[in-house]
Design a protein around this ligand. Structure first.
Ligand code: ADP
Ligand code: MG
Ligand code: MG
Length: 202
């Protein structure tokens, strides 16, 4: 898990300005800063005390994001990682466990945020990622390949938010003017899932 977290923090730091710009187009311009701050805190916390299981590490990620990211994304990503922790309790994640865990994580995000597919949110990256992971695992693909397919689907889902009208979060205040811009939260979700795939692909 620490490899995923380290890669996520690096990617978010690198893409911070781009995420801020995407959020400036349809929100308040802080999504990159929020996420980079959160993952810097996560890295510091995990470096300070080695977690004794994947589940414990994921729970620390979720709790730290809840208390450091703020805005709309903090509670949503917090719920996502806490759900991953719940789904990996007492079993180190293999391909089937990851597929179940991403199911639980997407359900947790939707429970909290009430966003449906097509609302132009992180859910539009998460749902295709979840479905691609499940399909690859059912096909018997090795975990690295399944996670790469999941990240591909998340990136495609993030790009597919461009023509959508935002129906949740700050971007929804813009109405029609939200059309033509890529959703920042869907974009950060794709970054996190690409980092996850990379951490398994050694
Ligand atoms: P804020 O809008 O409070 O500044 P961020 O900029 O950090 O928070 O996060 C914005 C992102 O949060 C959006 O791009 C969108 O993907 C996501 N988001 C906002 N509201 C919801 C929701 N109800 N459900 C799912 N995702 C949401
Ligand atoms: Mg914002
Ligand atoms: Mg904000």
């Amino acid at each position: 898990m620490s490899e995923w977290v380290r890669r996520s923090a690096g990617a978010l730091e690198q893409e911070r300005d781009r995420l801020n710009r995407l959020d400036a187009d349809i929100g308040d311009g802080d999504h990159g800063a929020n996420m980079a701050r959160g993952f810097t805190a996560v890295v510091a916390r995990l470096d300070g005390a080695a977690a004794d299981s994947s589940s414990a590490a994921l729970r620390t990620v979720g709790m730290t994001l809840l208390s450091t990211v703020g805005g709309a994304a903090g509670p949503l990503y917090g719920s996502l990682f806490i759900a991953l922790a719940g789904a990996t309790r007492a079993r180190e994640p293999d391909a089937a466990v990851w597929a179940d865990a991403l199911d639980a994580a997407v359900a947790a995000v939707q429970r909290r945020g009430k966003a449906e597919p097509g609302d132009k949110t992180m859910v539009d990256a998460l749902i295709p990622a979840r479905d691609a992971l499940r399909a690859a695992v059912d096909d018997g693909k090795p975990l690295a390949e399944a996670l790469a397919a999941s990240a591909d689907a998340a990136e495609e889902g993030a790009r597919a938010t461009i023509p959508l009208l935002a129906r949740k979060g700050r971007a929804s205040y813009l109405g029609e003017r939200s059309i033509g811009h890529q959703d920042p939260g869907a974009t950060s979700t794709a970054l996190l899932l690409r980092a996850l795939a990379g951490s398994w692909d050694e």
